[in-house]
Design a protein around this ligand. Structure first.
Ligand SMILES: NC(=O)C1=CN([C@@H]2O[C@H](COP(=O)(O)OP(=O)(O)OC[C@H]3O[C@@H](n4cnc5c(N)ncnc54)[C@H](OP(=O)(O)O)[C@@H]3O)[C@@H](O)[C@H]2O)C=CC1
Ligand SMILES: CC(C)(CO)C(=O)C(=O)O
Length: 336
């Protein structure tokens, strides 16, 4: 199978380079971030490291959407939620009926956007407990341990049996396994997505707001209680919407506390990387999404509404304290 990654940021490069290096796959990269594309071309590839070790130049082929002429079997999409509409528009001419698409972006909103370009039966979703960080154009670091990567994947249109799709799913699963991404195929698409959204709604949002690592959050005596409150409200909203999450409220709290305190205490969430570069965060698609499903089903998520606004306030505060980033100033688009 041939792959093409849309979005050569931290996660896109990680998936694509690991598929090249460990699974021996043919991978192309499409990006709209000009400094990144130009730097990668100039240096003949992208510098990658795992937890700051083994930094090396991985040769990759990178294209702007308008110049790409390839025909991959599977697209892998890793963009920030706010970029997706514009980039998909620029890529629209590249999509063919036979192609499949996989995405494990955080938050929610991307699958309906992808469904405007791909048949539902050709879409796979995922969630990734895999970290990545952009040092600068053409320079990425994968975080959280080479052997600690884990991800779920699930067919978007899982209610309908489809033999061709099942074969593609198996091929992707095998390629991702060789690529050391440790995939698990799960059922319950929305349950899978929501479990990760709830996870991110606690750790990404609180650690970003206070600019601290996962382990530093867990040192706070109130950390478990705060986690329980946010998880509880999110589960109630999901239940009102008729969604069953992959785990229980208790198991979600345990996963969050264990990941933060034991498995990845040194991790800064990806949202922190955006805040501290003066870039908009994905909070509207995480806490804001939880609040919106509650609102649509007559349940007010006061904590998630509040957390969404608090993070937008943190974005504003960051821009006040760091006027040098004012070019990226962000007003936030959450509906209060
Ligand atoms: N990073 C992580 O650890 C994880 C991320 N995810 C999710 O994966 C998706 C993709 O995230 P990720 O790969 O982290 O995205 P990145 O931040 O690495 O890249 C996304 C885009 O942001 C812009 N950008 C990023 N850094 C800079 C910079 N220093 N200067 C200028 N522009 C920059 C570029 O686009 P442009 O210039 O066009 O704005 C780039 O293409 C998101 O939904 C994220 O939540 C999921 C799990 C873990
Ligand atoms: C790596 C991980 C799983 C940790 O929160 C993540 O989703 C993020 O940083 O955005």
């Amino acid at each position: 199978m041939k792959y093409a990654v849309i979005g050569a940021g931290g996660m896109g490069v990680q998936y694509g380079v690991l598929l090249q290096e460990f699974a021996g796959k043919d991978v192309d990269f499409i990006d709209t971030w000009q400094d990144n594309v130009e730097k990668i071309r100039e240096q003949g590839g992208v510098y990658v490291s795992q937890d700051e070790q083994d930094r090396h130049l991985a040769p990759i082929s990178i294209f702007y959407p308008e110049e790409y002429q390839g025909d991959p079997d599977v697209w892998i999409v890793f963009l920030k939620q706010m970029q997706l509409d514009d980039v998909l528009k620029r890529c629209a001419g590249l999509f063919r009926e036979h192609q499949y698409v996989f995405s494990a972006m955080n938050g929610y909103g991307h699958f309906e956007k992808l469904a405007a370009y791909f048949d539902k039966s050709h879409i796979f979703g995922g969630t990734a407990l895999i970290g990545a960080e952009v040092y600068g154009p053409g320079d990425m670091n994968f975080t959280g341990g080479a052997t600690a990567k884990a991800m779920n994947m699930c067919a978007y249109d899982e209610e309908h049996e489809d033999e061709a799709r099942a074969r593609v799913e198996q091929d992707i699963y095998e390629d991702f396994t060789k690529a050391t991404l440790n995939p698990t195929i799960v059922s319950n698409f929305m349950g899978m997505c929501m479990a990760k959204i709830v996870f991110n709604s606690v750790l990404n949002t609180l650690c970003t707001m206070y600019q601290i690592r996962f382990g530093e959050f867990m040192r706070h005596p109130g950390a478990r209680w705060m986690t329980e409150q946010l998880v509880d409200e999110a589960y109630t909203a999901a239940e009102k919407a008729g969604l069953t999450l992959l785990g229980t409220r208790e198991s979600e709290v345990e996963t969050i506390c264990h990941t933060a305190g034991v498995a990845h205490p040194l991790h800064y969430p990806s949202m922190y990387q955006d805040l501290t570069k003066g870039r908009p965060t994905e909070v509207d698609y995480i806490n804001g999404y939880i609040a919106s499903i509650g609102r649509e089903h007559g349940y007010e998520c006061r904590l998630h509404e509040f957390a969404t606004q608090e993070l937008h306030l943190a974005e504003l505060a960051f821009s006040i304290h760091h006027p040098e980033f004012s070019g990226h100033a962000h007003q936030g688009d959450a509906k209060a």
